[in-house]
Design a binder for this molecule. Structure first.
Ligand code: NAI
Length: 248
């Protein structure tokens, strides 16, 4: 795959899976905007990409705020001249054990949904008009196996909504030659997984997988690159489970 002359935005790229997405896209030749609410993380990742010869730019964004998303998209266009790819990866995660629908304070539910559900829509609405100006584009939304698990509480519900947003946007943006797909990772080895989920829970899920190992960030990056690329040019509205056989 060759992403030379492409411009990509990865939200939540200041660490974890988003960092792997950004570095992998940059390694294929694209200029990558590292968009995160965590400015220090975004600057570190952009610096590391540049140090290894890639093109990167860090930009602060709060994906739950419409004006912030618009300002981020405009800043990327000012820096790189346009936008071809978007990966909506940013999310918060409270830990699966805390996801009781009966107990979650309503204010937290609203904050959670504004980042994990609305964020994908707000960033896409800010970015898609710029893709249209380039004659098309490709968007990947970061879902989760949790979308298929009724016990995954509001985290799973937000990802289920994100799958619906993905399919609806695929229909709406298809005529503009913008493809919209999703990736649903299973348990993946990141700092967030290690600190927010009890070890026993992750171990028991991993033991139940057809391919009984934890996901690596590279597993996700390889799938993301495929969905972004022209190799997937007739694929849209799909949620690709990259999960060792967890959901099938
Ligand atoms: P992470 O916590 O390392 O990464 C999330 C990033 O999003 C962080 O850099 C954070 O600063 C950023 N972020 C949070 N709120 C934001 C906001 N309002 N605006 C902009 N950026 C914001 O987590 P991880 O594990 O890398 O997860 C990345 C994505 O993958 C998330 O969408 C998560 O739900 C999904 N996922 C992760 C799995 C795992 O096992 N780690 C499994 C399935 C899905």
């Amino acid at each position: 795959m060759d992403f030379s002359n492409k411009v990509a935005i990865v939200t939540g790229a200041g660490g974890g899976i988003g960092e792997a997405y950004a570095k992998s896209i940059a390694a294929l030749g694209a200029a990558v905007a590292i968009a995160d609410i965590n400015e220090a993380g975004a600057q570190r990742v952009a610096g590391e990409i540049k140090a290894s010869g890639g093109k990167a730019f860090s930009v602060k964004v709060d994906v739950s705020k419409e004006e912030s998303c618009k300002a981020m998209a405009d800043a990327v266009v000012a820096e790189f001249g346009g936008i071809d790819f978007l990966v909506n990866n940013a999310a918060i995660y409270g830990g699966m054990e805390m996801h009781s629908l009966m107990d979650v304070p309503y204010a937290y539910w609203q904050k959670f949904m504004s980042v994990n559900m609305d964020g994908c829509l707000l960033v896409t609405r800010a970015v898609a008009p710029h893709m249209e100006k380039r004659g098309g584009g490709s968007i990947v939304n970061q879902s989760s196996s949790a979308a298929w698990l009724p016990r995954a509480g509001y985290y799973g519900i937000a990802k289920l909504a994100l799958n619906g947003i993905t399919q609806n946007l695929a229909m709406e943006l298809g005529p503009k030659k913008i493809r919209v797909n999703g990736i649903a990772p299973g348990p993946t080895d990141t700092e967030a997984t290690r600190t927010s989920t009890s070890e026993g829970l992750v171990d028991s899920i991993v033991a139940s997988l057809a391919l009984a190992r934890m996901g690596e960030v590279k597993d996700m990056a390889d799938a993301c690159n495929f969905l972004l690329s022209d190799e997937a040019s007739w694929i849209t509205g799909q949620i690709l489970c990259v999960d060792g056989g967890f959901i099938m």
